[in-house]
Design a protein around this ligand. Structure first.
Ligand code: NA7
Length: 548
């Protein structure tokens, strides 16, 4: 018989995406009574939901996979340098099957509330189906970009054709041939969709509010021989990822921007433009992130590339961002994106000039005219990083809500613990190093650190972990201060909490969502905390009260 103070589970992981899968693997290996609650009908998180054409990594596939199992690394063959959604979902399923993790997972189990019960030192979770479950530790693996946001246009429900956010692109094939399709939004998602469907639809009209700086992904297949070589070098590859700021193979060019001649800068940029993935962003001179003039010179280089690729000079100019420089917000990687606008069936509508006024039964109305569509695709982004937390009624000590605590932006210790919310762990939370790096690299770090903390607690008979107010304030100040020299602090980007569709996230209310100091510094700091006996975290062994 279980003690009445003993929770249903020692640990509950919320979310069965990349982070949740690895977290449950670690807990299962330790024999911990744990489960995963996942809102979706199946595992995969981002890669379960995002089925839109063109959805793929822009991290090199072999740096995105888990690194924890040599056997897994040896078995899995990544077929493309930047693998697409179907393959990515297959991979996550393969991992779950291989390590027999499905048995720990509950699907269609949307957590609506998580309340800390101080008297019993446990978390009470309410699931949408009416169940209540309890646990000692709740581990938030909610995803950074899991809550989609839609514009608030009048008449959105009146449209008689099909419309959906990219996250909810239907599972069954969508007939595109001969259809008139609208795509609203030109972020990383819109740019992937547009490049992929331009030659498959009847007509495509892109509604662009702000253009984005974008450069070629340069994807290609990975042969058996290349994969064998990658397998032989995995250790070296992950070691490189661990020492680079972004957790990628790409290392910044450490020469000073102005120490080399303009010819040399151009030579480097010509090379980078043809290299795969984020090389153009992350192998560049470091000054492009901090120095306005250096950034402007490089941005002009990319603008010229766009002009060379887009035939109509008026369209080309519309595709060149004016309000921000290259790389100060997330750089979407593209495949034939700019060439799409050379096709006679693709049209660009600049809605900064002629805004959308409403959705009609047959399409969209701008201040200029009506457009008829069969399908409207909303590639309008996410309530990023804190959105998924906001969607759960999370209450800590004395019933304080996390929503209130974070109303002006998140505050955490290391992005992993929150003062006032004991035993709530975030392997990849706001202000952690994971959000700004190659995600799985950051996730493995975060999951390992959280699991080490739990093992430490179990080993020493501790039952409650809470970050101190001082540690949290100091971490939050540190994360904020790190933006002081970065051009990205001014960008209208989800990195800084901007989302025009979410009240309170308008431009100007900058929030410091992600740790910007790079993976090596982040990892050094969290290891230091661990080595100093979890300095900044109060660990207590007090048994929960038997009363109440
Ligand atoms: P993003 O990068 O937030 O892009 C959203 C796009 O949608 C962007 O172009 C927005 O224009 C546009 N948008 C958003 N709301 C509206 C309204 N109301 N009207 C017109 N246009 C709008 O999201 P993504 O899904 O592309 O990418 C998210 C991440 O997913 C990405 O960084 C990767 O890490 C994976 P704006 O720029 O705000 O003017």
């Amino acid at each position: 018989m279980r003690d009445r103070n003993e929770p249903d589970y020692e640990a509950i992981v919320i979310g069965a995406g990349v982070a949740g899968i690895y977290q449950i693997k670690r807990l299962a290996d330790l024999g911990v009574r744990a489960t995963v609650l996942e809102a979706a009908p199946d595992l995969g998180g981002t890669w379960y939901w995002n089925r839109y054409p063109g959805a793929r990594f822009d991290s090199e596939s072999y740096t995105y996979g888990y690194s924890f199992s040599k056997e897994l690394l040896n078995e899995w063959h990544w077929k493309e340098r930047f693998s697409g959604q179907p393959e990515n979902l297959r991979y996550l399923n393969y991992v779950a099957e291989k390590f027999d993790l499905r048995k720990y997972m509950q699907f269609d189990a949307k957590v609506e509330a998580a309340h800390y019960d101080e008297a019993h030192n446990l978390w009470r979770l309410k699931i949408a189906d009416g169940r209540e479950v309890t646990c000692r530790f709740v581990i938030m693996a909610l995803g950074l970009l899991s809550i989609p946001t839609l514009p608030r246009f009048e008449g959105m429900d009146s449209f008689k054709g099909r419309s959906f956010h990219t996250l909810y692109w239907p599972r069954e094939p969508v007939e595109l041939a001969s259809k008139k399709v609208a795509v609203i939004g030109t972020g990383a998602t819109g740019i992937q969709v547009i490049g992929e469907i331009a030659d498959k639809v009847g007509e495509l009209t892109v509604f662009q509010r702000r253009p984005n700086w974008s450069a070629p992904l340069n994807n290609r297949p990975i042969s058996q021989a290349e994969m064998a070589d990658i397998r032989a070098r995995y250790e070296e590859i992950f070691a490189t990822c661990a020492r680079t700021p972004g957790g990628f193979e790409h290392e910044p060019d450490r020469r000073g921007f102005y120490e080399v001649s303009r010819e040399e800068r151009l030579k480097l940029w010509d090379q980078l433009y043809d290299q795969p993935g984020f090389a153009i962003w992350l192998r560049n001179f470091r000054e492009i992130f901090t120095n306005e003039d250096a950034n402007a010179e490089f941005s002009e280089y990319i603008a010229d590339r766009i002009r060379r690729r887009v035939k109509d000079p008026v369209v080309a100019e519309k595709l060149i961002p004016r309000d921000h420089g290259f790389g100060v917000q997330r750089v979407p990687m593209e495949t034939h994106y700019f060439e799409a606008y050379n096709r006679p069936n693709v049209h660009l509508v600049d809605i900064s000039e002629t805004p959308i006024v409403r959705v009609t039964e047959t399409g969209l109305r701008t201040t200029e005219r009506d457009y008829g569509f069969d399908i409207i695709v909303y590639a309008t982004g996410f309530d990023a990083i804190t959105g998924a937390f906001d969607h759960i009624d999370i209450r800590g000590v004395d019933g304080e809500t996390l929503h209130d605590k974070w109303k002006d932006g998140p505050s955490t210790f290391l992005g992993m613990l929150i003062h006032g919310f004991p035993n709530l762990l975030m392997p990849a939370g706001p202000q952690s190093g994971s959000a700004s790096t190659n995600y799985p690299r950051g996730i493995e770090t975060g999951v390992n650190w959280c699991t080490d903390l739990l093992e430490h607690m179990w080993g020493h008979g501790y039952m409650r972990a809470e970050a101190t107010r001082e540690a949290e304030e100091s971490w939050t100040a540190h994360v904020t201060q790190m933006y002081a020299t970065m051009l990205m602090r001014k960008a209208k980007s989800w990195f800084t909490g901007y989302n025009s569709n979410v009240p309170g996230h308008e431009y100007g209310r900058i929030r410091y969502f992600v740790y910007n100091g790079g993976a090596p510094k982040y990892v050094a700091r969290i290891i230091e905390v661990e080595q100093k006996g979890y300095e900044g975290i109060v660990l207590t062994s007090a048994a929960p009260s038997l009363s109440g």
